[in-house]
Every structure is written in structure tokens, then in C-alpha cells.
Design a protein around this ligand. Structure first.
Ligand SMILES: [Zn+2]
Length: 323
């Protein structure tokens, strides 16, 4: 295995074989990277991508991720290299393989090969098949950098098929009582999944989507596939049926006709709370870690200390948190 150093410095920072690789920048690292890789467009992974100091550095991402970033910002990103799921590219002594991550529209994992060493970076991953995205590919590697958003044993989610059934049941009952229901969901992630789930059901036609969600749905349809029938709304008073609103849109969150979908509600007993997440749960993260055959695992984001400890104790693999 090559000599390499992995740290967190405004993004995951890898130094090896005279190459500096910055993954998912959120600011400007102390050393200048040779190349930047972006796994997906969520701001906790991508907000550094527009930094002027990174403008001349090549930036690798999927075409859909680029489109989402540019649509939000209203301008073009310079020096990008587009890579699609299942493709490889060479940059100097580095080979980059882009794999499915199952997390959101345009999201990728990366396998980086430097000399004889394979380094996998998961970005954010979902290890369950969803109606809109393939699940994350299981990567094999020498070194794994693994997300730890739900890296605590209490975060184990119900099966997706059960969650789908429960969400539809709750919507049906709530529409009968209230005439219209709101579902709070991640604008980039569960919103696309719910658009399709609800479109496929006969509960409501069309589905109404918040303009921020409509924007992402359109990118999803351009690069992946059709999501179903949805219409952008502006005035929530005028409509009947189901409306999807961003998770941070708290205006109706405590009403009885408002559902909330995120992994963080796993312990909630309130009706209308569904732990539908775009992330792997604790058990899935452990399975991924084990099947990667990595000799060394770095954990990052969320409960990274907890996950590193559990990987060491339960799997006997050398693991360490970097953030
Ligand atoms: Zn994410």
C-alpha cells in the first residue's frame, strides 16, 4: 500500500504520491489541491466549490450535480470534468472510478487508484433500492473513507417498502379529513422519491411541488428518468391533495395534516413522522465497511467517532474518525 495521509481540511484531503486530492469542499483548505472531486450537490458537501481560489483547479462531478449547482447559483462553474456513474477517467497518475451512491439526483461515490492502492470515498450513500435510484455500489478497496451520518446503533430504519406503505396510508387518511396534506422532505433526495411514490399511487393527481423541489425534479428527469405528474405551486391555499415542501419549511410542521420524512424522526411517536432517509442506517454502514475488505477506514460526517469505535469493536478493522 502507498504512503498516504488523509485528513479533514475544509473537505476530505488526501495527500499521496505527490498528489493532493480534495473531496467535497466546504471552504479553502490550507494547502492547494491538484484536483477537486464532488460527490453530490448538498451544501454540506459542496458549498466550497464556488471559491475563487479553486476556480482554476479541475473539478470532477456528475453532469446532474453540475446542473443543480449552476441552476441554483445562476452561473457556470469553471474547469469542470463531468463523469457518469460506472465510468472511469485518468488524471495524471490518478485513476478515478465513479460508482452509484443511491443518495440523491447526480450523487456518486469515487474509487481512486494511486499506484497499487485503491481508496474509496463513499460521499453520502443509501444502500437500499429506491423507486428512483439504484442503491450504492459496494466498493472494494484498501482504504475506505466512509460517511457516518447515522453512525450510532440506535439509527436503524424500517424497511423501505414498509415506509412507503405507511406514508401512503397516512396520506389517504389525512386527505379524507383535511382535503390537503403537506409532506416535508429533502428538496434534493426524498422529494424526488416521494414525487414518484405519490404519482404511482391513486391518492392525488397531480402532486403539487414547492418551486425549489420542482427545480430539482426537472434536473432528475433530464439525467435519470421521469418522476411522474407534478405541478409547481405558489399559493398553498388554492389547491387540494398532496403537496411536497422542503424539510426546512417549518410553517406547517406541527399541524396534523403535515408529515415529516427524515431519518432523524426515528424516535418520534407522533403520527405522520416517517424515517425515510437518503442515507444508509447504522447496520448498513457496518455491512458496507465489512464488505469493502478495507484494511483502514476513516469515518467522516455525523456520528464519526461512534462509527469508528463500533467498526473497531465489532469488525476488528482499524478505523479512525477525521471529522
Ligand atoms: Zn448528502
Amino acid at each position: 500500500m502507498i504512503n498516504m495521509k488523509t485528513t479533514y481540511d475544509k473537505g476530505v484531503f488526501i495527500e499521496s504520491n505527490n498528489m493532493r486530492i480534495l473531496l467535497d469542499p466546504v471552504g479553502i483548505p490550507s494547502k492547494k489541491p491538484d484536483i477537486v472531486l464532488l460527490s453530490h450537490a448538498h451544501s454540506d458537501h459542496a458549498r466550497g466549490i464556488w471559491q475563487r481560489q479553486l476556480s482554476n483547479i479541475p473539478k470532477v462531478m456528475s453532469p446532474a450535480t453540475r446542473k443543480i449547482l449552476e441552476k441554483r447559483k445562476g452561473k457556470s462553474l469553471r474547469n469542470t470534468i463531468e463523469i457518469r456513474e460506472g465510468c472511469e477517467l485518468d488524471y495524471k497518475d490518478l485513476r478515478i472510478y465513479a460508482a452509484s451512491s443511491g443518495h440523491c439526483t447526480g450523487s456518486l461515490q469515487f474509487k481512486l487508484t494511486v499506484k497499487d492502492t485503491d481508496i474509496a470515498y463513499s460521499g453520502d450513500i443509501c444502500l437500499e433500492e429506491r423507486i428512483i435510484l439504484n442503491k450504492a455500489e459496494q466498493l472494494n478497496c484498501d482504504v475506505l473513507i466512509l460517511e457516518a451520518t447515522y453512525g450510532k446503533p440506535e439509527y436503524v430504519f424500517p424497511k423501505r417498502s414498509n415506509l412507503y406503505r405507511n406514508i401512503l396510508k397516512w396520506c389517504k387518511n389525512s386527505i379524507e379529513i383535511f382535503n390537503k396534506v403537506f409532506i416535508c422532505c429533502r428538496t434534493l433526495g426524498t422529494a424526488q422519491e416521494l414525487t414518484t411514490l405519490l404519482s404511482l399511487s391513486i391518492l392525488a393527481d397531480p402532486i403539487f411541488t414547492h418551486p425549489a423541489i420542482t427545480k430539482i425534479n426537472e434536473v432528475h428527469e433530464e439525467f435519470h428518468h421521469r418522476l411522474g405528474r407534478f405541478i409547481s405551486y405558489h399559493n398553498t391555499n388554492d389547491i387540494e391533495g398532496v403537496m411536497l415542501v422542503p424539510l426546512n419549511n417549518v410553517f406547517k410542521r406541527n399541524n396534523f395534516n403535515t408529515g415529516v420524512t427524515t431519518g432523524w424522526v426515528i424516535k418520534s411517536k407522533r403520527p405522520g413522522r416517517f424515517p425515510l432517509s437518503s442515507h444508509a442506517d447504522f447496520q448498513q454502514l457496518l455491512t458496507y465497511a465489512k464488505n469493502s475488505n478495507a484494511e483502514k477506514i476513516y469515518t467522516v460526517y455525523g456520528f464519526s467517532n461512534s462509527l469508528a469505535r463500533e467498526i473497531k469493536e465489532r469488525l476488528g478493522i482499524d478505523a479512525q474518525s477525521i471529522k
